[in-house]
Design a protein around this ligand. Sequence first.
Ligand SMILES: CC(C)(COP(=O)(O)OP(=O)(O)OC[C@H]1O[C@@H](n2cnc3c(N)ncnc32)[C@H](O)[C@@H]1OP(=O)(O)O)[C@@H](O)C(=O)NCCC(=O)NCCS
Length: 188
Amino acid sequence: MESAMTLRGPRVLLRPWRTDDLAAFAQLNADPAVMEYFPSVLDTEQSDDLAKRIQAGFENNGFGFWALEIPSVLPFAGFVGLSVPGSAGLPFMPTVEIGWRLCQQAWGKGYASEAARVVLAHAFTALKLPEVVAFTTLTNQRSQAVMQRIGLSYAEGEDFMHPALPADHPLRHHVLYRVKYEDWLKQQ
Ligand SMILES: CC(C)(COP(=O)(O)OP(=O)(O)OC[C@H]1O[C@@H](n2cnc3c(N)ncnc32)[C@H](O)[C@@H]1OP(=O)(O)O)[C@@H](O)C(=O)NCCC(=O)NCCS
C-alpha cells in the first residue's frame, strides 16, 4: 500500500516536504499575484514558519498540505491538501478543509484540480472523513472554480465574515463550499 505521505495522480505527485522546497515556497509566497486574495505576501521567515506548521500538522493529524510536484516539469509547484482550519470563530467547525496554493507557472494546466481530486479521494476512502469543506474570499473565482470542478457545492446561506480579518477589510467576505462523502461517491 502506498504511504499516506505520498499520493499520485496521472501528472501530479503529492509528497512530503523537503528542505529544498523552502526557497521555491518563499518565492511563491512573495508573489503578489499568488497572494492577491490573502491579507499580504509573506517574507521568507513567515514562509518558512508556514512550511514548518504544515509539516507539524502531518505529525498531529496524519494529513496536511502535501508538497506538490509535477514530475519532469516542476520539482515544487506549491501545495494541495487537507487542514483543520486554525482561525478561532469560524462558524462551520469542527471540519476538515481542502486547500491549494500553486506558483503562477503551474496555473492554467489543470494541476490544482487534478491534485485536489486525488486528495479528496484520499480524504473519503483512506481517512474516511464524512465531509470536506473549502472556503475562500468572495472574489477568488479561480479557487472557487477548482472547488466546483472537483465536486464541492456552494453552501447557500453560509457566507461568513472571516473572523481573523478586521471589519472593514475588503477580503473579509468569504464563501463556503461543502461535499459530503455520499455525494462525492455518487460523482465517481
Ligand atoms: C487557485 C489556483 C490553485 C487555481 O489554479 P488553476 O490553474 O486555475 O486551476 P486548475 O488546476 O483547475 O486549472 C484549470 C485551468 O487549467 C486549464 N487546463 C489546461 N490544460 C488542462 C488539462 N490538461 N486539464 C485540465 N485543465 C487544463 C483549464 O482550462 C483551466 O483554465 P481556465 O482557468 O482558463 O478556465 C491558483 O490560481 C492559485 O494557486 N492561486 C493562488 C492561491 C490561492 O488563491 N489559493 C486559494 C486560496 S482559498
